[in-house]
Design a protein around this ligand. Structure first.
Ligand code: ZN
Length: 127
């Protein structure tokens, strides 16, 4: 088989269709197509693959009408977002800045373990 005749998925223009979220309860996250119900990943974004997964693994949800599926998709997307936000730690900019300032002062002083630091709200006092 020559290079030109080789079939490549990337060249077939298969991209995730946003309608599939409410139709089959899938979404795209980190460039992966994720089932919102069981969190399985489908490798190839073909409607047939998503429909087959949805109908065989979630037959009770396949019985829902279009409106109920939209509501279910919104609910599952909300759950996914809240789970992600739960595991994200907020970045404490002040603590990072203070840590950087302390490290800079330690490096400038040229002392390590015997250094006595007094950290005040206004800044650093090295003794
Ligand atoms: Zn699933």
């Amino acid at each position: 088989m020559t290079e030109n005749k080789r079939r490549k998925i990337e060249n077939e223009g298969r991209i995730f269709n946003r309608e599939w979220t409410s139709k089959y309860l899938f979404t795209v996250t980190n460039s992966k197509i994720l089932c919102l119900v069981c969190r399985n990943v489908v490798a190839v974004p073909k409607e047939y693959n998503l429909r087959r997964h949805f109908e065989s693994n979630h037959p009770n949800l396949a019985e829902l009408d279009a409106t109920e599926r939209i509501l279910k998709a919104d609910s599952l997307l909300g759950n996914l977002c809240s789970e992600r936000n739960f595991f994200k730690r907020p970045v404490n900019v002040t603590a990072t800045r203070v840590s950087y300032e302390i490290s800079t002062e330690i490096a400038a002083a040229g002392k390590l373990l015997d250094l006595l630091l007094f950290v005040t709200v206004e800044g650093l006092l090295l003794l």
